[in-house]
Write a protein that binds this ligand. Structure first.
Ligand SMILES: N[C@@H]1[C@@H](O)[C@H](O)[C@@H](COP(=O)(O)O)O[C@@H]1O
Length: 246
């Protein structure tokens, strides 16, 4: 696993944006796996700035997001569909038909999951998957205990994840209790993974990611088995890791 230590959040965002921009330049029809949460917001902002200044084109790019809440219409300001449009898609030239997020309103959630998984395969898989990390080690919305063999599936969110994400909602009650998420094995099939982390509150999670046994009780530990992972994290998030020896 490669670790890139940055001085702060801005530099983390710049390094991550460069990875994506270079990939899109080398492979204009790349498939990008997208993440939500606070961590990638700066990276998305820099992709928009690069698009405006340098015209990097997303006309042939396809995206698949990691997850979506169940029960929020895509127009809801807290859906991940809205997040992605406001953070990035509305400001670059990616065609709407090439954007994929699970539909959290599909009455047949099992079918939605199967279809999402098929769409990713039909597309030839994901070239680069961007990941954040939950303080409990979740990746996407794969909470502790999720099978490493899981494909896209429905997950019941833990109380701690709902509390962490309640900052975007008016109250904890409004935070959905379930989500559709790519599974661990879906994520592991991505050709390259970039995990972003910033701030002291992620320091324990990064330590466990790198030093725990690979175990379903800490989902992100599976990344130790992936052949091409780069962690881009700032000094605060890496404060428990000696980067030279990691
Ligand atoms: N489903 C998302 C994850 O994909 C994200 O990595 C995590 C951390 O979010 P943040 O970046 O805001 O700390 O939150 C959510 O639960």
């Amino acid at each position: 696993m490669k670790i890139v230590e940055t001085t702060n959040y801005q530099e983390m965002s710049e390094k991550a944006a460069s990875f994506l921009i270079n990939l899109v330049k080398e492979k204009p029809n790349a498939t990008l796996g997208m993440a939500t949460g606070g961590t990638p917001e700066g990276m998305y902002q820099l992709l928009i700035e690069d698009y405006k200044q340098n015209g990097t084109s997303y006309k042939e790019v396809t995206t698949f997001n990691l997850d979506e809440y169940i029960g929020l219409p895509k127009e809801d300001k807290n859906s991940y569909n809205s997040y992605m449009h406001q953070a990035l898609f509305n400001f670059i030239n990616i065609p709407e038909s090439q954007i994929h997020l699970p539909n959290g309103m599909n009455a047949d959630a099992t079918k939605e999951c199967e279809e999402y998984e098929k769409q990713i395969s039909r597309n030839g898989g994901i070239d680069i998957q961007i990941l954040g990390i939950g303080e409990n080690g979740h990746i996407g919305f794969n909470e502790p205990g999720t099978s490493f063999d899981s494909k896209t599936h429905v997950i019941t969110l833990t109380e701690s994840t709902r509390i962490a994400n309640s900052r975007y909602f008016n109250s904890l009650d409004e935070v959905p209790t379930k989500a559709v998420t790519m599974g661990i094995s879906t994520i592991m099939q991505a050709k390259k993974i970039i995990l972003l982390a910033s701030g002291e509150k992620k320091a324990d999670a990064l330590y466990q990611l790198l030093h725990n046994e690979v175990d379903e009780s800490f989902p992100a530990s599976i990344l130790q088995k992936h052949p091409n992972v780069t962690i881009i994290a700032d000094r605060d998030a890496l404060k428990n890791i000696s980067v030279t020896s990691a």
